[in-house]
Structures are given as C-alpha cells and as structure tokens.
Design a protein around this ligand. Structure first.
Ligand code: SF4
Length: 326
C-alpha cells in the first residue's frame, strides 16, 4: 500500500455535536488527504451500554450524514457499519485467545467507564471492548489510529495483540500508532468535562442559529461575574474556552474586556453563538442536501460496506491460512 492506513470510528448515537467535531471529525478531515482512511460506524460497540437497538439504524444514518456534511469524503474513504462486515466478529474471537483477562481488567478506560456511566454489573462486552476494537483496527491493517488521550491504552492493547499474533504465527499485522488529536475535548454547556447528549449539554452540528443562541444563554461562566461591570476571570469560564476554539481572533480583546468588566456575559455569549453558527452554516446547508436525498446516503453506505468487506475478507483469508485454518 502506498499511503499509510488509518482506522477511525464512532459509536452511532445519532446527530453529532460540536464536541465530536472538535475532538475527532476535524482531525479525520485533515488526515484523509495524507492517509488511506477507513471510517467505522461502531454499532456493535453500542450494545455495551444500550441493548435497545430500535433506533440504531437511524442513528447510524444521522451520524453518517454529519460525517459527510462536515467534509469527510466517501470517495477517498469507505464508511461502513461494523455489523455488516462479519469478519469483525471472527477476528474478535481469535484475538480473545491472545490476551489475558488480567490484562483487560487492568485497562484504565474500563475503570473510567464503570465510574462515568455508573455501571453496576460489568458485562463481558465491557471487558472485551478493546479486543473488538483491536479487531476493528487490524482487520484493515491500520498503521495508525486517531484518538484522544483517553483512548491511548486501547491502542496499546491493539499493539500487544498484533505482536502476540505475529510472534505466534507469522507477521500479518502492523502495530498501529496512536495519532493524538490536538484539541481533544470540549466541555459541555453545563461545565461538565464531557459534552454528551445523555448529559443534555451539547450544541449539535445541526442546531440552527436561534437554538445555538438559546443554548449558549444557559452556558456556565465565571460564577463571580454577576453583571456587566463586574470584573471576570476568563481562565475559569467555559464560554471563553469556546471562544478560544471558535473565535481565536477576538480572544485577546475578550480577555481584556472580561477582566476589566467592560464586557458583559450576555454580549460575550452572543458573540460566541454567532461564531459557532458561522462555522456550522455550511455544515447545516450540506446536511439538508443529504437529508433530502437519503438514497444517495444509503448508496454511500452500501459502497463503503462493499469496499470494507473486500479488505476484511482478504485479511481474514490471510489469517486463516497462517493459522492453518484455511
Ligand atoms: S465576559 Fe465572557 S469570558 Fe468573561 S466570564 Fe462572561 S462569558 Fe466568560
């Protein structure tokens, strides 16, 4: 292969928010010119936290539309559902033999997930999550995986599994490197470190300007700045962190005027809303085109699944042959 290959994926949770854009999509869009990219709609992974699958197809389509509307190119990069490529489950089964339960129990993201989601009963799927993720990546022989800092331990497990397979049989898999996302996380409107639909603290990529304004109005700021004229501290203000991302040109002025009290929080929030809506405008416009032509979205998915399946089948044929299972 000429270009190095990356595998990136998201669990389909429906329409995406600006946190997804900042934490992942923006990076994927930049990478698609320099890498051969495969984009996975990780619908099996959803089952670890939600067994109700009644909306999973529509959620997948909604997410795919956001991917396309933000600028991911389906001609360059196949986009596909994990559940439609049977080889994911087959490789997952083999990889499950190459890693100990002890090692998976030491995975720090497992502990974080149990704490964050308040999980009382850990299912096998939670423990095996990084094994299925290793299968997702290595099925396409990914050389690199764009991730946030919190996902690096999973890439390390993928590398260990690849090494174990290559040592046990014959070299088939690369050991993928994590490609760290620079601006990895955007906090939620309520100040929670995580922007998440389940926390109801998001701005969706499909939110119209009036909705963005209404949501921004409720965003938390410096709690000591009660009215215009009070000096504020932008360093502890969520809205200021959004300005840094979406309105970098005005950051020095906002910093000065917030501290002096010359700028009030309502005006500051409306400036921020305007900048976010400016960024979202072309995405919303493109989204509408896809929404009005669902057939073309389904065709893109079908084409992506065909291309991904071909690669996956080639890898599995090689795996079976090297393992004398052919
Ligand atoms: S003026 Fe702006 S930066 Fe300062 S506290 Fe209010 S919202 Fe935050």
């Amino acid at each position: 292969m000429d270009k190095k290959r990356i595998l990136s994926g998201m669990r389909p949770t429906g329409k995406l928010h600006i946190g997804h854009y900042v934490g992942a999509l923006e990076n994927w869009i930049n990478l698609q010119n320099n890498y051969e990219s495969y984009h996975l709609i990780a619908d099996y992974h959803v089952l670890t936290t939600k067994l109700d699958t009644s909306h999973i197809y529509q959620d997948s389509i909604d997410m795919l539309i956001d991917w396309l509307a933000t600028g991911l190119d389906p001609v360059k990069s196949p986009m596909f559902r994990q559940s439609q490529i049977k080889e994911h489950t087959e490789l997952n089964l083999i990889f499950g033999m190459l890693i100990t339960v002890n090692r998976l129990e030491r995975n720090p993201t497992l502990k974080d997930q149990i704490r964050d989601l308040n999980i009382e009963n850990v299912i096998y799927g939670h423990l095996g999550y990084p094994v299925l993720q290793a299968a997702d990546i290595l099925l396409y022989k990914g050389n690199a995986v764009p991730v946030g800092e919190d996902q690096v331990p999973h890439v390390e497990i993928t590398r260990e599994i690849a090494r174990k397979f290559n040592n046990q049989y014959v070299e088939v898999f690369p050991e993928p490197e994590p490609l760290l996302t620079k601006f990895a996380r955007l906090s939620g409107l309520d100040g929670n470190a995580k922007m998440s639909k389940s926390l109801n603290n998001t701005i969706l990529l499909s939110d119209e300007p009036e909705t963005v304004k209404a949501k921004l109005k409720k965003a938390v700021t410096d709690p000591n700045k009660l009215r215009k004229g009070d000096p504020g501290n932008p360093d502890i203000c969520l809205v200021f962190s959004y300005h840094k991302k979406f309105n970098p040109g005005e950051v020095p002025e906002i910093d000065t005027n917030c501290r002096s009290g010359a700028l009030g929080c309502v005006d500051c929030k409306m400036k921020c809303a305007a900048k976010i809506s400016e960024m979202l405008a072309p995405i919303i416009e493109k989204r509408k085109l896809y929404e009005n032509d669902i057939k073309s979205v389904k065709d893109i998915l079908e084409d992506g699944e065909k291309r991904a399946r071909k690669t996956a089948q080639e890898t599995m044929a090689e795996v079976r042959e090297k393992m004398n299972l052919g």
